[in-house]
Design a protein around this ligand. Structure first.
Ligand SMILES: NC(=O)c1ccc[n+]([C@@H]2O[C@H](COP(=O)([O-])OP(=O)(O)OC[C@H]3O[C@@H](n4cnc5c(N)ncnc54)[C@H](O)[C@@H]3O)[C@@H](O)[C@H]2O)c1
Length: 343
């Protein structure tokens, strides 16, 4: 901790990134309030009882603003968190990822919160021929990335000398978490190798993606929290590392090699129309931020955790499948009670 930020509210703090971030913030000595619907279950159970942690099961669309009393900073991660979920329910995706997070930012400003960080995504770049930076024109191709871009455009103008606003456009994240996601590219390949010996690849494997380890993306949130305000206020940052821009087929070769396994591919889907390479020089130059973890680190830790049974490929690890299940139960509950709000 380097400034006067002590109490941090993390929306989506029980999610894949949020649960790792919550643990890291507590280790750094912050008091943490998690605001999360807990769609993926009790992922923070191991931290319950920590006197510096409060978990509130509520929704960013309708939580009581008095919750922001005494909060110094908000890290806003809550979202329906990938492209397939966005297409499953575009209306809810705009409601939560765009309107819900703009609500959080506005309420935070009204309640005297000092800093606000929006969790956005490099997916807003969509398809790009050239390597892009924060000044490039985004090309959001999906509901999910359009909602992210709209949220960015409304929260950045809220920045003032009393309300520091930062947007982090994260690369695609990999690595182990207690809310495990096997629907991100490196994690999916690793669990595929573990279960069937085959790596799933979305056709045709030539598409580019920047990727980043989950602990590194969490370090970027903490860096934004601790930076001098003139370095981060009203600023957008891509989060990742230039050398972790990868094409999917060579990435699969690297994942197989890291685990000493032959490359056997299971092709799926239609040719991916998203492809982008991103430079991460701005965050390095302005915040002195560099990633610490490699693809091999992430693959190794996931594989070891799968072997040890510390993480499993259960029903909640494929985000869109899990939200489909929740929607099904929403229908069942609504038909019985008329008011079963799930999503
Ligand atoms: N994982 C990635 O590769 C990646 C990459 C770029 C950006 N992001 C962004 O980072 C953030 C976190 O992603 P993640 O991978 O941890 O996703 P996740 O799905 O694991 O976590 C999202 C969390 O938000 C909660 N949530 C959803 N809707 C809510 C609502 N209305 N109110 C309160 N809580 C709600 C869920 O219960 C969940 O715990 C998201 O904004 C996502 O779009 C993720």
């Amino acid at each position: 901790m380097t400034n006067d930020i002590r109490t941090v509210l993390v929306t989506g703090g029980a999610g894949y990134i949020g649960s790792v971030l919550t643990g890291m913030l507590l280790e750094e000595g912050y008091r943490v309030v998690v605001l999360d619907r807990l769609f993926f279950g009790p992922t923070l159970a191991h931290l319950v009882g920590n006197p510096n942690l409060k978990i509130v099961k509520d929704d960013i669309r309708w939580f009581d603003p008095s919750m922001l009393q005494g909060v110094d900073a908000v890290l806003d991660l809550a979202a329906l968190s990938n492209d397939p979920v966005g297409e499953l329910n575009p209306e809810k995706t705009y409601e939560i990822n765009y309107k819900g997070r703009v609500r959080v930012a506005n309420l935070a400003r009204q309640k005297g919160v000092k800093r606000y960080v929006l969790a956005s995504s490099c997916s807003i770049y969509g398809f790009q021929e050239e390597v892009v930076d924060e000044t490039s024109t985004p090309n959001p191709l999906t509901t999910y990335s359009k909602a992210n871009y709209q949220a960015e455009q409304e929260v950045i103008p809220l920045a003032s000398k009393d309300f520091v606003v930062t947007v982090l456009r994260q690369a695609s994240v990999y690595g182990a978490s207690l809310r495990m996601r096997f629907d991100t590219v490196v994690n999916g390949m690793t669990v595929g190798l573990f279960k069937t010996g085959k790596l799933p690849i979305l056709r045709d494997g030539s598409q580019w993606r920047p990727i980043v380890h989950v602990k590194d993306t969490c370090r970027a949130f903490i860096a934004a929290l601790e930076a001098e305000l003139q370095d981060v206020n009203g600023e957008l940052f891509n989060v990742g590392a230039d050398e972790q821009n990868v094409q999917i087929l060579p990435l699969a070769e690297r994942v197989a090699k890291a685990l000493g396994r032959p490359l056997q591919i299971e092709w799926y889907g239609f040719p991916d129309h998203r492809s982008y390479r991103t430079t991460f020089k701005k965050i390095e130059q302005k915040l002195g931020y560099k990633t610490l973890y490699s693809i091999e680190d992430g693959v190794g830790e996931i594989y070891t955790a799968l072997e040890a049974g510390r993480i499993t490929d259960g029903p909640t690890t494929r985000t869109v499948e899990w939200y489909k299940t929740l929607q099904h139960w929403q229908g069942v509950i609504n038909s019985v009670t008329q008011n079963g709000v799930i999503l």
